[in-house]
Design a protein around this ligand. Structure first.
Ligand SMILES: O=C(NC1CCCCC1)[C@H](C1CCCCC1)n1c(-c2ccc(-c3ccccc3)s2)nc2ccccc21
Length: 232
C-alpha cells in the first residue's frame, strides 16, 4: 500500500487556491434572502441575474490566483472563463444548498427554489445534482480544487493551447487525488465519485439557456456580461 503524501509545494498550492476561493465569494448571501421572503418569478429572476453577474466577476478574480493561469495565452484564459462560468455557478449553488443550516431551513430553501420560476423539467436534475454534491461532504480545500479543475478543462470551445491547460489541470488533479485519499481513507473510490460529479455538472449546465428562457415570466432581461456568458 503506497504511502500518499502531499508535498510542500502541493501544500502551498492548495493554500493559495483555498484562501483565494474563500476570499472571492459573492457578498450578500442568497440563501439568507431566499429564506427571509417568498419572491415572485420576476423578482427571483432578477435576483438570479444579480447573483450570477457578481459571481462571474468574483470568478475572474479567483482565477487570477490559480498559479499558472495568468501565464496561459490571454485568449485561452477568456475561453476557459467563458466555458466554465455556468458550471462554476451550479457548483457554487450546490455548495450553498448543501451547507449545514438550522433544521428545516434546507427544506424551506428547496421549496423556494422549486417555486422560483424555474420550469418543472429542470428541477429534478438540478436537485439530484445538489444532493449528490451534498452527499460528498467536501472539505473547503476539495471544493476550491474541484472548482479549479472545472475551470482548467482543456476541451472548452476555442482553447488553442490545450496541452498547456491539460498540464495545469493535471497538477491540480494530482493534489485533489491525494487530498481525497487523505481526507476519506475509508472510501478509496471517493476521488472517482468526485470527478463523476463533473460529468453530471456538465450535463446540467447544457440546459442553462433553456432554463433561463423558460423561466415562468415574460420579457427576460439580462446584463451584457450575462449575455456573453449565458448564450442568451
Ligand atoms: O442565486 C442563485 N444561485 C447563486 C448563483 C451564483 C453563486 C451563488 C448561488 C439561485 C437562486 C435560485 C432561486 C431564485 C433566485 C436565484 N440558486 C440556484 C440556481 C437555480 C438555477 C440557476 C441557474 C444558473 C444559471 C443558468 C440557469 C439557471 S442557479 N440554485 C441555488 C441553490 C441554493 C441557493 C441559491 C440557488
Amino acid at each position: 500500500k503506497e504511502k500518499v503524501e502531499i508535498t510542500k509545494e502541493q501544500q502551498a498550492l492548495m493554500k493559495i487556491i483555498t484562501d483565494a476561493y474563500n476570499r472571492h465569494q459573492i457578498p450578500q448571501d442568497v440563501a439568507k434572502k431566499l429564506l427571509q421572503d417568498q419572491y415572485s418569478a420576476e423578482e427571483n429572476f432578477l435576483l438570479l441575474t444579480e447573483m450570477a453577474t457578481s459571481q462571474v466577476q468574483v470568478l475572474v478574480e479567483f482565477t487570477k490566483n490559480i498559479p499558472g493561469f495568468l501565464s496561459l495565452d490571454r485568449e485561452d484564459q477568456i475561453a476557459l472563463l467563458k466555458g466554465s462560468a455556468v458550471e462554476a455557478m451550479f457548483l457554487r449553488s450546490a455548495q450553498v444548498f448543501s451547507r449545514k443550516m438550522p433544521s428545516g431551513h434546507t427544506e424551506v430553501l428547496e421549496e423556494r427554489i422549486r417555486k422560483s420560476g424555474i420550469s418543472e423539467e429542470f428541477i429534478t436534475p438540478m436537485f439530484n445534482f445538489y444532493k449528490s454534491i451534498g452527499e460528498l461532504h467536501m472539505v473547503q480545500e476539495e471544493q476550491a480544487l474541484l472548482t479549479t479543475v472545472t475551470i482548467l478543462t482543456p476541451d472548452r470551445p476555442y482553447v488553442k493551447d490545450q496541452q498547456a491547460v491539460e498540464r495545469l489541470q493535471e497538477t491540480m488533479l494530482d493534489v485533489l487525488r491525494k487530498l481525497c485519499v487523505l481526507q476519506h481513507p475509508q472510501e478509496p473510490q471517493y476521488f472517482a465519485r468526485l470527478l463523476g460529479r463533473l460529468t453530471e455538472l456538465r450535463t446540467l449546465s447544457h440546459y442553462h439557456t433553456e432554463m433561463l428562457v423558460s423561466w415562468r415570466m415574460n420579457d427576460h432581461k439580462f446584463t451584457p456580461l450575462l449575455c456573453e456568458i449565458w448564450d442568451v
